[in-house]
Design a protein around this ligand. Structure first.
Ligand SMILES: Cc1cc2nc3c(=O)[nH]c(=O)nc-3n(C[C@H](O)[C@H](O)[C@H](O)COP(=O)(O)O)c2cc1C
Length: 336
């Protein structure tokens, strides 16, 4: 590998690095109206300090998000542990009007005892509340969606009416993009949004752990692409250390690495991506994107050694413009 500064990107949670259990567990998601006066981040850190210890001793894993004046909490673990936590949480005056939007037994997605984040959002509290109520009613009728779909329907919904959007959730092609250097993935998304006359959704996650840095993740919906719509998600490299990224990794059809001239950087990012996929037992197609000379046999062999498929989206023999990059990538994605 070439000389490089490693990203300051590791989040050392008590059990980070363990693999996701494949056993079925209880899963519950609720939404509640936040009653915290003052900075929510500080309060979430206080919640975290309790939660990390409590949740671990009850084998619970939890993701808590604050958005639009609401909390959304996703809990996985033994059903009796979930029940006990819900009883305690229901009495907490830092929120009110708890609405369960999902409850089931199935495959887990969370593999850290506590993941906390705050997402900046531009929509109104009322719009958010409408989605909570629609999902709550569906849940009561026994017509709920999978936990990851429910979470996304609340926190990063597809365009359109909540019911229609939630129903389409499962068939969208999701593609994660990360750049080995600079912010190329974000730049490509922005360029494409302008070209397609669609808006990029910007998300900034404030990690509630003291050691978790702020992480950006933008996405762009292209409902007329792929068989049933396509969402491109640009993630920061340090996002690979985030529990939320791991939770949604299993839904990505493809993970694109925007390559760089520095082969060390390319291999470093690819290795981290492959490790994250291994943790969550997911095998997306891994797409390398860049100029011919940036590809090397080692990228393919690294990927194939972990049992994943490596596909090359080449842009030719020189540094390239956004349009060339996009067409090289689109050609590959359309075939998946
Ligand atoms: C939105 C929200 C989410 C919470 N999540 C958790 C959690 O995952 N685990 C936990 O132990 N406490 C959580 N709490 C805190 C509990 O309501 C309660 O204050 C805490 O468990 C009491 O812990 P103690 O018995 O150790 O004092 C949460 C509180 C709020 C407002």
């Amino acid at each position: 590998m070439g000389a490089m500064q490693p990203d300051s990107d590791t989040t050392l949670w008590p059990d980070s690095g363990t693999e996701l259990s494949r056993q079925d567990l209880g899963r519950l998601i609720y939404a509640s109206i936040c009653q915290v006066d003052g900075p929510v981040l500080g309060e979430m850190r206080r919640i975290r300090d309790h939660a990390v210890l409590n949740n671990q001793s009850h084998n619970l894993r939890v993701a808590l998000m604050h958005r639009c004046g609401w909390f959304v909490e996703w809990i996985e673990g033994p059903p009796e542990g979930i029940r006990a936590l819900m009883e305690r949480v229901a009495l907490d005056e830092r929120h009110r009007s708890l609405r369960v939007v999902h409850e089931s037994v199935g495959k887990p997605r969370l593999f850290k005892p506590w993941i906390g984040s705050i997402a900046e959002a531009t929509e109104s509290t009322g719009e958010f509340a409408r989605r909570v109520m629609a999902l709550h009613e569906r849940h009561l009728k026994g017509q709920g969606y999978e936990p990851a779909s429910v979470w996304r329907s609340l926190c990063s919904p597809l365009p359109g009416h909540v019911e229609v959007a939630a129903a389409q959730e499962g068939s969208y092609q999701r593609v994660m993009m990360m750049s080995a250097a600079r912010t190329d993935a974000f730049d490509l998304l922005r360029w494409l949004a302008t070209r397609e006359k669609r808006a990029v959704v910007h998300r900034r996650f404030a990690g509630a752990a003291r050691d978790a840095l702020d992480v950006e993740s933008d996405y762009l919906d292209l409902p007329r692409q792929a068989a049933a719509g396509r969402r491109l998600i640009a993630n920061a490299r340090k996002g690979l250390a985030m529990g939320m990224t791991h939770a949604f990794l299993p839904d990505y059809t493809a993970a694109v690495v925007l390559l760089d001239t520095d082969s060390g950087r390319n291999e470093h990012l690819l290795d981290r991506l492959l490790t994250a996929c291994q943790h969550v037992h997911h095998r997306p197609v891994v797409v390398g994107l860049g100029a011919d000379s940036w590809f090397s046999d080692s990228l393919r062999s690294l990927t194939e050694a972990r049992g994943l498929r490596w596909v090359e989206a080449r842009t030719g023999d020189r540094a390239h413009d956004m349009a060339t990059m996009w067409w090289a990538l689109k050609r590959v994605l359309d075939l998946l």
